[in-house]
Design a binder for this molecule. Structure first.
Ligand code: FE2
Ligand code: FE2
Length: 197
């Protein structure tokens, strides 16, 4: 395993979770639907805990959590761009449009979040001793939450778009009602929504 690249992944993941807190704060200010607000408030708290968990991983692996890296700067810039996009949407005349912009921002952010933890989980298998145990237990805590963050917000995003286009929407989306945690489950939930239109 390329341990230098693993260190880079851990610092990118940490930066992304830190940015994720700001992305969720901005998204919550754009959310209109009360069920969606409740879900995102829960995800915001979980994202805050992911920051602490990754700081703990850094301690266990003797990585300086504050070390600046080129890739980290890019992750930070992309997070800031998502926040800027939501602020711009929120200053516009249509709260429904801003809510969709926020959904898209969350889907984009959670796509990387999901990938980061998938990769960390793969690396954990190859890390020896207590280091491996720390990363493994971090992944066990976080991975299910990341599945929910991605698949459920994707469902919200699709249904809010469909509603805005004037078609029958299924809200909250089936992904949320069925607590979808897999790609196959998400595909089934989407199919279930199509059948109900
Ligand atoms: Fe996260
Ligand atoms: Fe997440």
């Amino acid at each position: 395993m390329n341990t230098k690249q693993l260190e880079d992944l851990i610092l990118q993941s940490l930066e992304h979770e830190m940015g994720g807190v700001k992305v969720y704060e901005a998204a919550l200010s754009c959310a209109v639907n009360s069920d969606l607000k409740r879900e995102w408030s829960r995800y915001l708290e979980q994202t805050r805990s992911h920051v602490s968990i990754l700081e703990e991983v850094c301690r266990a692996m003797k990585i300086d959590a504050g070390r600046e890296t080129p890739s980290r700067q890019i992750v930070r810039a992309i997070g800031a761009a998502l926040v800027d996009g939501m602020k711009l949407a929120k200053s516009g005349p249509d709260p429904g449009a801003a809510e969709i912009v926020a959904c898209e921002a969350i889907v984009l952010a959670e796509t990387k979040d999901h990938l980061d933890w998938e990769l960390l989980s793969q690396c954990a298998e190859h890390l020896p001793g207590p280091m491996g145990d720390t990363v493994k237990s971090a992944c066990e805590t976080v991975e299910d939450q990341e599945d929910e963050h991605l698949y459920q917000t994707r469902g919200w995003c699709r249904e809010l778009w469909i509603e805005s286009l004037g078609f029958a929407s299924v809200l909250p989306p089936p992904e949320e009602r069925h607590h979808v945690k897999t790609a196959i489950g998400a595909a089934r939930a989407q199919q279930a929504a199509e059948k109900r239109r």
